[in-house]
Design a protein around this ligand. Structure first.
Ligand SMILES: [Zn+2]
Length: 300
């Protein structure tokens, strides 16, 4: 029997617009762009951003037992510290350790767009395939819609008008995603998905405040992109079993829960995403993300 680490798949719903920035370079029409996948150009939330926030939020719930372990340095490196074992540590007397949870990028699954049929959630075969749902890809100028989405032969998605494929309703079985979203899903080709997402991102304008004076700084207007509220994303976390590892000659978490403790620690961290958020500009009402399928035993 070969050893297989646990693969947890999480689905998440944006309660606010979400801005995970690339570092503030001006590219085209916006000052602060969001991170994109190289091949598809689709926005994503990097696994490192998810893992960093989950680490901080999980540590906050350890009631001060591991105060140095929340951030990027100052870790305790104790084999019984759930934060260090789960998320890794560096520069301790026990050396460095990669961490038993490996976080992958969050990718878009359903993207909300306004249409004459009301709000709809656009998706594509490539995204659905990643979560185990196989569908036929429509041509670039066609959509496949559910019976709840009006079917008058054409459907607009933002400014774009596409033909509706007749007699072929879209039925999606994804129990982790709210039925309301599945009922208003619209399937487009992989290529059109990229166009529709990039044409319908939120672009906001804001004023930066000079910390010295409290007034608006000179040349202070800046624009930034964000994933819109009600976007649905998914991401995976791979969990390795502590019994195959050693930290300073000891099996990590051997006396306080083993692998279940790692999963619990991940989920405690993820549970606070819906109140404390992920990414930048949380003080501007951005970033809250509800993880939809948290459970005691791990993701469903
Ligand atoms: Zn620690």
């Amino acid at each position: 029997m070969t050893y297989q680490p646990d693969k947890l798949r999480y689905f998440a719903f944006a309660l606010d617009p979400i801005h995970v920035g690339t570092g503030g370079y001006r590219l085209g029409r916006v000052d602060m762009t969001i991170v994109r996948e190289p091949g598809t150009n689709l926005p994503k939330i990097p696994g490192t951003s998810i893992s960093g926030a989950a680490r901080t939020y999980a540590a906050m719930q350890e009631e001060g037992k591991f105060p140095g372990c929340a951030g990027q340095s100052g870790h305790c490196g104790d084999p019984h510290c759930p934060i260090c074992v789960t998320f890794g540590f560096a520069g301790t007397q026990n050396g460095s350790f990669q961490g038993l949870a490996q976080f992958f990028d969050a990718r878009l699954l359903f993207f909300p767009v306004h249409s004459l049929a009301g709000p709809v959630w656009v998706t594509c075969p490539e995204a659905l395939k990643d979560v185990g749902v196989a569908v036929d890809e429509p041509d670039n100028n066609f959509v496949v819609v559910t019976t709840d989405v009006q079917q008058s032969g054409k459907l607009n998605l933002g400014w774009l008008m596409l033909g509706v494929k007749p007699n072929d309703p879209l039925i999606l079985n994804l129990p982790q995603v709210p039925q309301e979203i599945l009922n208003h899903a619209v399937l487009v080709s992989d290529k059109m998905f990229g166009h529709i997402v990039n044409d319908n991102l939120e672009v906001r304008t804001s004023v930066s405040i000079d910390p010295q004076t409290g007034a608006a700084a000179e040349k202070a207007l800046f624009t930034y992109e964000a994933l819109p509220r009600a976007s649905v994303l998914y991401f995976e976390v791979v969990v390795s079993d502590p019994k195959f590892y050693q930290i300073n000659g000891q099996q990590p978490l051997s006396s306080n829960g083993g692998k279940q403790k790692v999963i619990q620690t991940i989920q405690k961290g993820l549970a606070l995403f819906e109140t404390l958020g992920v990414g930048g500009m949380n003080t501007r009402g951005m970033g809250r993300l509800r993880v939809l399928n948290l459970s005691v035993g791990g993701a469903q």
